[in-house]
Write a protein that binds this ligand. Structure first.
Ligand code: GAR
Length: 189
């Protein structure tokens, strides 16, 4: 049976697109949720015939857990088995992380454990790294610190900027994420 996956996004959704394009026997994208109502990724989901829901975090104010309770209820209602974060730019509280423990996966644009958090490409450049890449990992309470499921790496070239790095890393992400998600869907009950 294909695992029912929900993808959480906040923006353009190019990783979502890669996950949609690659879905085969292991998983199906059954739901896409964005915390940003006009995220372009929602249109990608709808174009692929996938239910796409905007759950705006703003009305919840500082109450992160209330937002996450509603999100969790939505996922449970749709019988979601795995949650994949793809450019979802909200840190999740322990409530949500515990509720989805071992079923919550993320893609991060650095070679973890290097450069958790934001501005990963600029930080890799500033540190004089010779290589860079992306990581798919399980989500735990500590940000970008869970078990690593896969990494893809590439050299940093003379003249690279944060923008050129972001572009090349993104190409790697689009290949890595579907592969790791399929593997996760096959190996975890
Ligand atoms: C991707 O580069 C992803 O790795 C990154 O945001 C981008 C989303 O692009 N995620 C994070 O930085 C999470 N901390 P996309 O919307 O085109 O998939």
């Amino acid at each position: 049976m294909r695992k029912r996956v929900a993808v959480l996004i906040s923006g353009r959704g190019s990783n979502l697109q890669a996950l949609l394009d690659a879905q085969q026997d292991a998983y199906e994208i059954a739901l896409v949720v964005s915390n940003i109502p006009n995220a372009a990724g929602l249109d990608r989901a709808r174009a692929a015939g996938v239910e796409a829901i905007a759950l705006d975090h703003k009305p919840y104010g500082q109450n992160r857990q209330a937002f996450e309770r509603d999100l969790d209820a939505l996922l449970v209602q749709r019988s979601i088995e795995i949650v994949a974060l793809a450019g979802f730019m909200r840190v999740l509280t322990p409530f949500f992380v515990r509720a989805w423990a071992n079923r919550l996966v993320n893609i991060h644009p650095s070679l973890l454990p290097k450069y958790p958090g934001t501005k990963t490409h600029q930080r890799a450049l500033d540190a004089g790294e010779s290589e860079h890449g992306c990581t798919v990992h399980m989500v735990v309470e500590e940000v970008d610190a869970g078990e690593i499921l896969g990494q893809a790496r590439m050299p940093i070239l003379p003249g690279d900027t944060a923008e050129t790095l972001a572009e090349r890393v993104l190409t790697l992400e689009h290949e890595l994420y579907p592969r790791c998600l399929a593997q996760l869907a096959c190996t975890r009950s």
